[in-house]
Design a protein around this ligand. Structure first.
Ligand SMILES: [Mg+2]
Length: 257
């Protein structure tokens, strides 16, 4: 893993920005927005909003989030980026049948989870219904391990068995299909007929993109970590504005050259 702001990293960013049509895609929480105690309060800083908007004007830009589109949309309002929600399930022309199956699946899970409602609440777990997937939040739990235990007990009863993806103080229960952030990224690249892309993310669901066996995608993880398939890292989330700014400037240099 190498620092994306190293000499080699910058060279790669220059090349990406130099090719017209490269796609620049970003996860939201922990990547574009700082992780906060109250997930409802997560948002872009004014500075990030400004550079993200500026980038989306000069290059195809996307935000690929685990949040539902209804939740994500208002947080990036006014930015002309492609929006994909629910870990890749929402925002692309998926078949109606697949979406309906995911929705039916979540309805059935919610009913089952309701039986564990008291145990989950006692453990400080909040269940979020995202229509096509469920997220169990425990950031505000007094005991994270007790909260995880309550969650695992609840999800172990779910049928059909969900795909579980851990995140930062969350457990995501996703209908086990073959749609995830990685497939969404490939589909978007296909639609935009792009031959190169950058993807920046910070969490386990982003590994679905990082681990794609696709050399066209440059993957950057926010935070250096040994167990990741990402090739590059950004040291801190607070550097995202600097990265966006670098891309805009590199694009401008390429255009004027
Ligand atoms: Mg994230």
């Amino acid at each position: 893993m190498q620092d994306v702001f190293s000499v080699q990293g910058k060279r790669l960013l220059d090349r990406l920005a130099g090719q017209g049509g490269s796609l620049f895609a970003f996860d939201f929480d922990g990547t574009l927005a700082r992780i906060v105690q109250d997930r409802h309060a997560a948002g872009l800083t004014e500075a990030t909003r400004e550079v993200l908007q500026a980038l989306s004007v000069v290059a195809p830009t996307a935000v690929i989030s685990g949040r539902s589109l209804a939740d994500l949309g208002p947080r990036v309002k006014g930015i002309s980026a492609h929006l994909i929600g629910n870990h890749g399930l929402e925002g692309l022309p998926a078949s109606g049948r697949v979406m309906q199956q995911a929705e039916d699946c979540c309805r059935a899970w919610l009913k089952a989870v309701a039986k564990d409602h008291h145990a989950l609440t006692r453990a400080g777990v909040v269940v979020e219904d995202k229509t096509y997937s469920l997220t169990f939040h425990y950031r505000q739990a007094c005991s994270p391990s007790a909260a995880r235990e309550a969650i695992f007990h609840a999800v172990s009863t779910l049928l059909p068995a969900p795909r579980l993806v851990m995140g930062k103080a969350v457990v995501n229960a996703i209908p086990s299909g073959n749609l995830h952030k990685g497939t969404a990224m490939l589909e978007l690249m296909h639609q935009l007929q792009t031959s190169a892309a950058l993807y920046v993310g910070d969490d386990d669901t982003d590994e679905d993109v990082f681990s794609l066996p696709d050399e066209r995608i440059v993957s950057v993880r926010v935070g250096k970590k040994a167990a990741t398939a990402a090739q590059w890292f950004l040291t801190r989330q607070s550097q995202i504005g600097q990265l966006l700014k670098y891309l805009i400037e590199a694009r401008a240099r390429a255009v004027s050259a």
